[in-house]
Design a protein around this ligand. Structure first.
Ligand code: SAM
Length: 274
């Protein structure tokens, strides 16, 4: 799938079921990440995922990250439309973003305060930016957009190369949902609403999955499908060790609630130790 194809599909008459799919993650295996966040998604990011913008979600995340960043600077991987970067910047923290999708950055640039934020277009697993940072962060399961273990390891190494000594790397990501799979099943629904159906189709052996969304927007049904790679908390800790970092904190929420075996996601923070 390309985001361009999504835009073309949107021009079709209403009631047409539009679909766009990736050319798998072939390009990522060749070292170039695919961009799924095209103009259609970028323009509707806030409408499609409204809960992400509620103060109950944004405020504790911003408070947590601001606490880690101190006086900054901070690096956001996959900065998107600046959902967290803009409020962090308004707190006086200097933010640099890395982002694959220029359409998402265009939406960031359209908002007040965006001039204070630098963005480099590129793949956060490999893209280098000038300077070092007190904090790097990667939220909303976006580590899983890197669909190979190698790419995820490379991302940790890239982050470590951008951190000050003692700098922190924070990730927000789901736990692989194997507990929700009956033996032999591969489908896990994550959203069942009249205007949005979403489910993952999972290959437990490879930890790879496809997320399928079906939205009913502007009188049309839109399908968005993208590949992911699930990653275990312990696996992330090992990736951090390979990159010279060690675990400092792991919570089930931005409010620092304890992480238990019942939790479906975690926020983890590693510190650069060498
Ligand atoms: C779920 S959105 C999150 C955006 C923003 N961080 C937020 O919290 O709203 C994921 C973002 O990461 C970007 N992204 C995905 N894979 C990427 C990669 N390999 N390199 C750079 N950006 C990437 C997407 O284009 C998208 O803007």
């Amino acid at each position: 799938m390309t985001l361009g194809s999504l835009g073309r599909q949107h021009a079709e008459p209403t009631s047409v079921v539009t679909r766009w799919r990736s050319r798998r993650s072939r390009r990522q295996h060749q070292g170039v990440a695919d961009n799924y966040f095209d103009e259609w998604i970028a323009l509707r990011y806030r409408i499609l995922w409204p809960h992400l913008f509620s103060p109950e979600v944004v405020d504790p995340a911003v408070a947590f990250l601001a606490d880690l960043a101190g006086t900054g600077p901070a690096l956001e991987l996959g900065i998107g439309t600046g959902r967290l970067a803009l409020p962090l910047s308004r707190r006086g923290i200097s933010i640099h973003g890395i982002e694959l999708s220029s359409a998402m950055v265009e939406q960031l640039r359209a908002q007040p305060g965006a001039d204070e934020i630098d963005v480099t277009i590129g793949d956060f697993a490999t893209t280098k930016v000038a300077g070092t940072f007190r904090l790097a962060y990667l939220v909303r399961n976006t580590i899983m957009n890197l669909t190979t273990q190698d790419a995820q390891v490379e991302c940790f190494r890239n982050v470590a190369a951008h951190l000050d000594p003692g700098g922190r790397f924070a990730i927000e990501v789901v736990v692989p949902p194997w507990q929700r799979l009956q033996p032999g099943e591969t489908i896990v629904p994550f959203q069942v609403r009249p205007d949005h159906l979403g489910f993952d189709k999972i290959d437990v052996a490879t930890q790879n999955s496809w997320s399928h969304h079906y939205w009913f927007v502007d009188g049309e049904m839109k399908n968005f499908s993208a590949p992911f790679r699930y990653v275990w908390p312990s696996e992330l800790d090992l990736m951090a060790r390979l990159a010279g970092m060690q675990l400092r904190e792991r919570w089930s929420s931005w409010d620092r609630d304890a992480f238990t075996s019942d939790d479906r996601s975690h926020i983890s923070v590693w510190e650069k130790v060498d």
